[in-house]
Design a protein around this ligand. Sequence first.
Ligand SMILES: Cc1cc2nc3c(=O)[nH]c(=O)nc-3n(C[C@H](O)[C@H](O)[C@H](O)COP(=O)(O)OP(=O)(O)OC[C@H]3O[C@@H](n4cnc5c(N)ncnc54)[C@H](O)[C@@H]3O)c2cc1C
Ligand code: SF4
Length: 470
Amino acid sequence: MFPQIEAAAAAGRTWDVVIAGSSFAAMFFLRGLPEGLSVLVVERGPVHGHEAQLESGLYPAESFRMDNSSGHPKNWVSRVLFGGNSNCWWGQVPRFLPSDFRLSEICPDAAPWPLDYETIEPFYAEVEEVIEVAGGGVEHLSPRSMPYPHPPHRLCRLGARLNEADPLNWVPVPTARANGGSRPTCCANGTCYLCPADAKFTIWNGVDKFDYPGAFLLPDTEVRRVDIAAGHTTGVEVRRSDGVRLGIAAGTVALATNAIFNTAILMRSGVKAEALGRYLHEQQSENCILDLKDSALFGGTSIPTHGVAFRDGPFRANAGSVLIEIYNSPTLLRPEPGRQTHRALIKLIAEDLPQPQNRVFLEDDDVRITWTGHSDYARRGLDRVAEGLIDSLPFPVDGLTRLAITETESHIQGTHRMGRDPATSVVDSMSRVHGIKGLLALGAGVFPTSSPSNPTLTLSALSLMAGRAL
Ligand SMILES: Cc1cc2nc3c(=O)[nH]c(=O)nc-3n(C[C@H](O)[C@H](O)[C@H](O)COP(=O)(O)OP(=O)(O)OC[C@H]3O[C@@H](n4cnc5c(N)ncnc54)[C@H](O)[C@@H]3O)c2cc1C
Ligand code: SF4
């Protein structure tokens, strides 16, 4: 664990690098930094470890003021403590497909990425080593330079039957829920938001992987704004939990507080960019029931199987790519006698097209969100699957029932997207804010498009790459 420092002592010196936040984006950026720098990690929340969380329950989420005109409930989940949402994530870590970085080539409304899959691939591999991913059988989707560190979990019965009949379209989920390695092996009880066994990777249980001589942690302290003079970063203003404000001098500042808080800090710092705060997005997902002729359950982890038949193709010109998750736990039971386990809960996860009117902004210095709903592009993606899934299966089933659109995928993306053109983006391919020396904005806020793949592996790889490039 990092040595901690008092705010007054931190303010008494000049740091090479200040990092705001202490979750994936922050820690992988730190891991990527060249040796010999003085680094201060400023975390707004407390240090509250796994044991303390098991005793007190899940750490409370922030609430945001939001104008929601979408017609659906919407929620953005953010936990402010050391390790952030790594404490409550589920550990699904599929890579993006190479085509996810090229969506703009076939979809006119998609913004271009300023980098390609080949550039990020070695960083994906390093992140997968660090978080000890269990995976395999997905190389045809996202080419790999090295095997996964650990084998995939055993599939549930439905997943195993699908994988045997159609191994290219029904594949094991790559996951940071352990199957070998330094953490206890996952047991599939499905309370992964606070894993009792500590089987999923968290920043807390993986903190040794981010050892950096010269790094200090300043907890319970919020980064409010970045000081910028003549286009150069000179430090940050912080506010301690007792309300005291201090200035801390630094040559480089990396914001890793998530797409909502990063935006607030950039706006308070006077950063002007047309795209800043806009294009807030995440995937649109829908739960469904798949009724079967045979048992669905058992297997090595909570969500063991992905369906990718609707993941890629020319259809993405006007309908979103969809990733299908088959749940093993929690699950739904079928009411008919003797058929209780002949039912699978599946989730359809559609890529959304980020829209400028969905945005984060400041009102009286407080964060406010305008949410008008997901794009029709995402809805068309979901409808394609609902219409075509049963015919695409390699064996007959009893039926598919669509349930509700979920409130959130718990992914906070967009708001400071990357791109080559400062007129339409906020950061470059190394997450450096256009036009300001020494300022970076890390995390899924840099995503110009969504991909249905969960974001954390990709945002961690991009942050690692940004650290290495410094
Ligand atoms: C229930 C749940 C399940 C999830 N499951 C998955 C999954 O299976 N796969 C996946 O890929 N993703 C998943 N996610 C999303 C994943 O948790 C996030 O993508 C990831 O945590 C983002 O990392 P981050 O470092 O960008 O930000 P965060 O994890 O949000 O961390 C931000 C950090 O900044 C700190 N902070 C905030 N404001 C300030 C400030 N002003 N100054 C200093 N510090 C500040 C916070 O306290 C926190 O430590 C899930 C999320 C949730 C909530
Ligand atoms: S399924 Fe159980 S053991 Fe595995 S990560 Fe989730 S809570 Fe932990």
